[in-house]
Write a protein that binds this ligand. Structure first.
Ligand SMILES: C[S@@+](CC[C@H](N)C(=O)[O-])C[C@H]1O[C@@H](n2cnc3c(N)ncnc32)[C@H](O)[C@@H]1O
Length: 350
């Protein structure tokens, strides 16, 4: 998964084809509508004001659309961050983001910088990642009721094949402890984001005051590792089609896994962050004033209004992105509630 997604020049995110949007392989919320960035701006503005100003750091900015919408909206409400930092693994996407910002928001380009690694400790403001956790390479495992075997990939007869192996390494130990805790049935196959705790620990170490907002598709642990999901959540996206064979078109298709939000919350607590909110994308956006933004977009131009209303539905309807996508707010040193998490609090489900 790591090689298929990130090998320089060859990996899915590192090579040149179009990935996001209607002409790509999948569509993310910022690609659907500026309403998404508009809502995030509402939350970001409240947090920035509550701490007397600060910066924004976006992880994995994709096409740059969220940065454009968010900054545009924050400028309109007189609430711009000091700096907008982007940490992007893919050099090709970084270039695309620079070009998009240059074309669509030239007046704010001097506030935006691309960084190669995490900022120094002492960051104040908002860190955010939309659909980044699902793009981190996971370990796939099978539990036979007594032991874990990890799935490796080998090449036989000129084709990729799975090769299962028992081991005692960190990933297998973590998977075994998970299997026992969740009482997984024998034969159960799933995956585990082994890199998540270390990633969150290093991000948290930089956050002096503010919010780390993570948005992605996923479940609390008891739903993720549910008997119904007995073959895991590893999925591939290729030209708007979803399938489960990661050996097809290596480097040309996206490979992803759902996020275990309980694991995110545990890693956050271990890194001394507060879990200030967990809710569905629908409730998050509604609490951030999606209705008001929609009203502002109409009603003088009814065609435009109809388009925006359709886009809003895609973001919030349960059968679309509304319930599949979750938002988790991890904070340090905030004394006021974060907009987005006031309408429905699902932390008890984690
Ligand atoms: C599914 S895309 C989402 C893009 C964008 N956030 C959006 O919503 O359209 C995943 C993005 O995360 C980036 N990425 C993956 N792991 C990352 C990491 N550890 N740090 C920063 N970016 C990362 C990828 O290069 C890609 O830009």
């Amino acid at each position: 998964m790591e090689l298929c997604l990130y090998t320089p020049g060859l990996g899915y995110y590192s090579a040149g084809q179009r990935k996001f949007g209607a002409g790509g392989d999948f569509v993310t919320a910022p690609e659907i509508t500026p309403l998404f960035g508009g809502c995030l701006a509402h939350s970001a503005c409240a947090v920035l004001e509550s701490i007397g100003g600060g910066d924004i750091l976006e992880f994995g900015a994709g096409s740059g659309q969220l940065a454009i919408d968010l900054l545009g909206e924050l400028q309109g409400s007189g609430c711009l961050p000091g700096r907008y930092l982007i940490l992007e693994r893919s050099a090709e996407l970084r270039q695309r983001q620079q070009q998009a910002l240059q074309e669509q928001l030239p007046q704010l380009l001097d506030r935006v910088s691309w960084i190669d690694g995490l900022p120094d400790a002492g960051f104040r403001g908002i860190m955010l990642a939309n659909e980044v956790l699902d793009a981190m390479a996971v370990e796939r495992f099978q539990w036979d009721g007594r032991a874990i075997s990890l799935f490796h990939v080998c090449c036989e007869d000129d084709a990729f094949q799975w090769h299962q192996q028992q081991s005692l390494d960190e990933a297998a130990t973590a998977a075994e402890s998970l299997a026992r805790r969740c009482q997984l049935p024998a034969g159960y196959i799933s995956e585990l984001n082994v890199a998540l705790p270390a990633w969150l620990r290093s991000v948290a170490a930089r956050l002096e005051q503010g919010l780390l907002l993570l948005i992605d598709y996923g479940y609390p642990r008891h739903e993720y590792y549910h008997p119904q999901h007995s073959s895991g959540t590893l999925l591939c996206h290729y030209r708007q089609r979803v399938h489960d064979d990661p050996f097809l078109w290596p480097g040309l298709q996206d490979i992803t896994a759902h996020v275990d939000f309980t694991a995110v919350a545990e890693a956050a607590l271990a890194a001394d962050l507060e879990v200030s909110g967990y809710t569905t994308q629908a409730f998050f956006l509604l609490d951030c004033g999606l209705d008001d933004l929609l009203q502002q977009g109409g009603p003088t131009d009814s065609t435009h209004y109809m388009q925006l209303a359709q886009q809003a539905k895609t973001l919030i309807l349960p059968g679309e992105m509304g319930e599949r996508f979750k938002c988790i707010g991890l904070t340090r040193g905030l004394t006021t509630a974060v907009p987005g998490f006031r309408m429905q609090d699902d932390r008890h489900r984690l």
